[in-house]
Write a protein that binds this ligand. Structure first.
Ligand SMILES: NC(=O)CC[C@H](N)C(=O)O
Length: 241
Protein backbone atom coordinates (compact mmCIF):
# COMPACT_ATOMS: atom_id res chain seq x y z
CA UNK A 1 0.00 0.00 0.00
CA UNK A 2 1.49 3.41 -0.91
CA UNK A 3 2.07 5.95 1.85
CA UNK A 4 -0.83 8.38 1.85
CA UNK A 5 1.14 11.63 2.21
CA UNK A 6 4.59 12.48 0.95
CA UNK A 7 6.42 15.80 1.11
CA UNK A 8 8.86 16.41 -1.72
CA UNK A 9 11.12 19.43 -1.40
CA UNK A 10 12.80 21.39 -4.16
CA UNK A 11 15.95 23.18 -3.01
CA UNK A 12 15.08 26.78 -3.77
CA UNK A 13 18.29 28.72 -3.26
CA UNK A 14 18.69 29.48 -6.94
CA UNK A 15 17.89 27.99 -10.34
CA UNK A 16 14.99 26.16 -11.97
CA UNK A 17 12.67 25.66 -9.00
CA UNK A 18 9.18 26.49 -10.30
CA UNK A 19 9.69 24.38 -13.41
CA UNK A 20 10.32 21.30 -11.26
CA UNK A 21 7.32 22.02 -9.07
CA UNK A 22 5.09 22.38 -12.14
CA UNK A 23 6.19 19.00 -13.50
CA UNK A 24 5.98 17.35 -10.07
CA UNK A 25 2.38 18.52 -9.85
CA UNK A 26 1.63 16.99 -13.22
CA UNK A 27 3.52 13.78 -12.43
CA UNK A 28 1.72 13.34 -9.13
CA UNK A 29 -1.57 12.61 -10.92
CA UNK A 30 -0.03 9.23 -11.84
CA UNK A 31 -0.25 8.26 -8.14
CA UNK A 32 -3.83 9.08 -7.20
CA UNK A 33 -3.78 7.23 -3.87
CA UNK A 34 -0.92 9.38 -2.56
CA UNK A 35 -1.22 13.01 -1.47
CA UNK A 36 1.88 14.97 -2.34
CA UNK A 37 3.07 18.23 -0.85
CA UNK A 38 5.68 20.09 -2.84
CA UNK A 39 7.77 22.44 -0.80
CA UNK A 40 10.37 25.06 -1.69
CA UNK A 41 13.29 24.47 0.66
CA UNK A 42 15.42 27.34 1.93
CA UNK A 43 16.00 26.43 5.57
CA UNK A 44 17.07 23.37 7.58
CA UNK A 45 13.60 23.36 9.17
CA UNK A 46 11.92 23.09 5.77
CA UNK A 47 14.34 20.33 4.78
CA UNK A 48 13.44 18.39 7.90
CA UNK A 49 9.81 18.26 6.69
CA UNK A 50 10.80 16.54 3.43
CA UNK A 51 10.66 12.87 2.56
CA UNK A 52 12.53 13.42 -0.71
CA UNK A 53 14.30 16.28 -2.46
CA UNK A 54 15.11 17.68 -5.90
CA UNK A 55 18.19 19.84 -6.35
CA UNK A 56 17.55 21.88 -9.50
CA UNK A 57 19.80 23.24 -12.21
CA UNK A 58 21.40 26.62 -11.81
CA UNK A 59 24.92 27.36 -10.72
CA UNK A 60 26.46 24.86 -8.32
CA UNK A 61 29.11 27.27 -7.04
CA UNK A 62 26.47 29.83 -6.06
CA UNK A 63 24.20 27.16 -4.64
CA UNK A 64 27.00 25.84 -2.43
CA UNK A 65 27.87 29.31 -1.13
CA UNK A 66 24.24 30.11 -0.32
CA UNK A 67 23.66 26.68 1.24
CA UNK A 68 26.72 27.17 3.47
CA UNK A 69 25.50 30.61 4.52
CA UNK A 70 22.04 29.32 5.41
CA UNK A 71 23.45 26.42 7.43
CA UNK A 72 22.03 23.95 4.93
CA UNK A 73 25.13 22.09 3.73
CA UNK A 74 25.48 19.73 6.67
CA UNK A 75 21.71 19.04 6.90
CA UNK A 76 21.73 18.31 3.16
CA UNK A 77 24.64 15.88 3.56
CA UNK A 78 22.80 14.17 6.38
CA UNK A 79 19.57 14.03 4.34
CA UNK A 80 21.36 12.37 1.41
CA UNK A 81 24.05 10.22 3.00
CA UNK A 82 22.89 9.35 6.49
CA UNK A 83 19.10 9.37 6.23
CA UNK A 84 19.32 8.02 2.66
CA UNK A 85 16.30 9.98 1.48
CA UNK A 86 15.48 9.88 -2.23
CA UNK A 87 17.24 12.80 -3.92
CA UNK A 88 17.42 13.84 -7.56
CA UNK A 89 19.85 16.44 -8.88
CA UNK A 90 19.49 18.00 -12.32
CA UNK A 91 22.56 19.61 -13.92
CA UNK A 92 24.01 21.84 -11.16
CA UNK A 93 22.10 19.51 -8.79
CA UNK A 94 24.07 16.57 -10.21
CA UNK A 95 27.30 18.49 -9.58
CA UNK A 96 26.24 19.06 -5.96
CA UNK A 97 25.50 15.36 -5.48
CA UNK A 98 28.86 14.17 -6.84
CA UNK A 99 31.63 13.22 -4.42
CA UNK A 100 34.12 15.02 -6.67
CA UNK A 101 33.99 17.65 -9.38
CA UNK A 102 36.59 18.84 -11.83
CA UNK A 103 36.75 22.15 -13.68
CA UNK A 104 35.73 23.86 -10.47
CA UNK A 105 36.53 27.43 -9.58
CA UNK A 106 40.01 28.01 -8.20
CA UNK A 107 40.18 26.63 -4.68
CA UNK A 108 37.46 24.09 -5.46
CA UNK A 109 33.84 24.18 -4.42
CA UNK A 110 31.82 22.52 -1.71
CA UNK A 111 29.64 19.57 -2.64
CA UNK A 112 26.98 17.55 -0.89
CA UNK A 113 28.13 14.21 -2.31
CA UNK A 114 26.30 10.92 -2.28
CA UNK A 115 27.20 9.70 -5.76
CA UNK A 116 30.57 7.97 -6.01
CA UNK A 117 31.44 9.79 -9.20
CA UNK A 118 33.60 12.63 -10.42
CA UNK A 119 31.73 15.06 -12.64
CA UNK A 120 33.28 17.35 -15.19
CA UNK A 121 31.53 20.69 -15.12
CA UNK A 122 30.57 22.55 -18.30
CA UNK A 123 31.64 19.62 -20.48
CA UNK A 124 29.99 20.96 -23.61
CA UNK A 125 31.04 24.58 -23.23
CA UNK A 126 29.19 27.77 -22.46
CA UNK A 127 25.53 28.79 -22.55
CA UNK A 128 25.59 29.39 -26.33
CA UNK A 129 26.71 25.82 -26.86
CA UNK A 130 23.55 24.50 -25.24
CA UNK A 131 21.87 21.74 -27.24
CA UNK A 132 19.08 19.21 -27.23
CA UNK A 133 19.54 15.54 -27.99
CA UNK A 134 17.22 12.57 -28.11
CA UNK A 135 18.16 10.17 -25.33
CA UNK A 136 17.36 6.52 -24.99
CA UNK A 137 16.37 6.11 -21.36
CA UNK A 138 15.59 2.43 -20.86
CA UNK A 139 14.55 2.96 -17.25
CA UNK A 140 11.41 4.73 -18.45
CA UNK A 141 10.12 1.34 -19.53
CA UNK A 142 9.92 -0.85 -22.55
CA UNK A 143 8.68 0.67 -25.76
CA UNK A 144 9.05 4.25 -24.54
CA UNK A 145 10.18 6.68 -27.22
CA UNK A 146 13.29 8.87 -26.93
CA UNK A 147 13.47 11.58 -24.30
CA UNK A 148 14.42 15.06 -25.39
CA UNK A 149 17.45 15.97 -23.27
CA UNK A 150 18.10 19.69 -22.77
CA UNK A 151 21.78 20.38 -22.01
CA UNK A 152 22.73 23.83 -20.70
CA UNK A 153 26.32 24.24 -19.52
CA UNK A 154 25.89 20.65 -18.52
CA UNK A 155 28.23 18.46 -16.51
CA UNK A 156 28.94 14.83 -17.38
CA UNK A 157 30.06 11.95 -15.19
CA UNK A 158 33.68 11.54 -16.18
CA UNK A 159 34.48 8.73 -13.81
CA UNK A 160 32.89 6.35 -11.37
CA UNK A 161 35.18 6.59 -8.37
CA UNK A 162 36.51 3.33 -7.08
CA UNK A 163 35.76 3.28 -3.44
CA UNK A 164 33.20 2.32 -0.96
CA UNK A 165 30.00 1.25 -2.63
CA UNK A 166 30.96 2.59 -6.03
CA UNK A 167 29.96 -0.71 -7.59
CA UNK A 168 26.43 0.45 -7.01
CA UNK A 169 26.63 3.38 -9.40
CA UNK A 170 24.35 2.54 -12.31
CA UNK A 171 24.67 4.35 -15.61
CA UNK A 172 21.12 5.13 -16.78
CA UNK A 173 21.78 7.37 -19.76
CA UNK A 174 24.43 8.54 -22.18
CA UNK A 175 24.67 11.10 -24.96
CA UNK A 176 26.97 10.94 -27.96
CA UNK A 177 27.81 14.02 -29.95
CA UNK A 178 29.07 13.43 -33.50
CA UNK A 179 32.76 12.61 -33.53
CA UNK A 180 32.97 12.39 -29.74
CA UNK A 181 32.94 9.56 -27.21
CA UNK A 182 29.65 8.88 -25.47
CA UNK A 183 29.23 10.74 -22.19
CA UNK A 184 27.39 9.57 -19.09
CA UNK A 185 24.46 11.89 -18.39
CA UNK A 186 22.23 9.94 -16.00
CA UNK A 187 23.29 7.86 -12.99
CA UNK A 188 21.77 6.34 -9.94
CA UNK A 189 23.32 5.01 -6.75
CA UNK A 190 20.76 3.76 -4.26
CA UNK A 191 18.66 6.71 -3.15
CA UNK A 192 20.57 9.24 -5.26
CA UNK A 193 19.70 9.99 -8.89
CA UNK A 194 21.40 12.55 -11.10
CA UNK A 195 20.85 13.86 -14.62
CA UNK A 196 23.03 16.26 -16.62
CA UNK A 197 19.99 17.39 -18.58
CA UNK A 198 16.81 19.23 -17.58
CA UNK A 199 13.60 17.17 -17.82
CA UNK A 200 11.78 20.05 -16.10
CA UNK A 201 12.33 22.21 -19.19
CA UNK A 202 10.82 19.81 -21.71
CA UNK A 203 7.18 19.49 -20.70
CA UNK A 204 7.79 15.73 -20.90
CA UNK A 205 6.70 14.40 -17.54
CA UNK A 206 8.08 10.85 -17.83
CA UNK A 207 11.26 11.21 -15.75
CA UNK A 208 9.35 12.99 -12.99
CA UNK A 209 6.70 10.23 -13.01
CA UNK A 210 9.42 7.57 -12.82
CA UNK A 211 11.25 9.34 -10.00
CA UNK A 212 8.08 9.97 -7.98
CA UNK A 213 7.29 6.25 -8.39
CA UNK A 214 10.66 5.48 -6.81
CA UNK A 215 9.94 7.91 -3.99
CA UNK A 216 6.58 6.28 -3.28
CA UNK A 217 8.23 2.86 -3.33
CA UNK A 218 11.10 3.91 -1.02
CA UNK A 219 8.76 5.57 1.42
CA UNK A 220 6.36 2.65 1.67
CA UNK A 221 9.34 0.35 2.22
CA UNK A 222 10.75 2.62 4.95
CA UNK A 223 7.40 2.94 6.71
CA UNK A 224 6.84 -0.82 6.51
CA UNK A 225 10.27 -1.52 8.01
CA UNK A 226 9.51 0.79 10.89
CA UNK A 227 6.24 -0.98 11.50
CA UNK A 228 4.27 2.19 11.06
CA UNK A 229 0.61 2.21 10.27
CA UNK A 230 0.62 3.57 6.77
CA UNK A 231 -0.87 6.98 6.37
CA UNK A 232 -1.45 7.80 10.02
CA UNK A 233 -0.45 11.39 10.67
CA UNK A 234 0.46 10.45 14.24
CA UNK A 235 2.92 7.80 13.17
CA UNK A 236 4.38 10.05 10.51
CA UNK A 237 5.24 12.45 13.32
CA UNK A 238 6.89 9.64 15.30
CA UNK A 239 8.93 8.70 12.26
CA UNK A 240 10.10 12.25 11.77
CA UNK A 241 11.11 12.58 15.43
N1 LIG B 1 22.24 24.32 -16.23
C1 LIG B 1 23.00 24.12 -15.16
O1 LIG B 1 22.53 23.71 -14.11
C2 LIG B 1 24.42 24.48 -15.32
C3 LIG B 1 25.35 23.90 -14.27
C4 LIG B 1 26.59 24.75 -14.08
N2 LIG B 1 27.42 24.73 -15.23
C5 LIG B 1 27.35 24.25 -12.84
O2 LIG B 1 28.40 23.75 -12.95
O3 LIG B 1 26.88 24.35 -11.77
Amino acid sequence: MPPSAITVGVLALQGGVVEHIALLNRASTSYPSTTFHFLEVRTPEQLSLCDALIIPGGESTTMAIVARRLGLLEPLREFVKINNRPVWGTCAGLVMLAEQASATKQGGQELIGGLDVRVLRNKFGTQVQSFVADLKLDFLGEGEGPFRGVFIRAPVVEEVINGNGSGNVKVLGTVKKPGEEADIVAVRQGNVFGTSFHPELTGDVRVHVWWLGNVVEALSQRRKERGLVVGSGKNDAVEAA
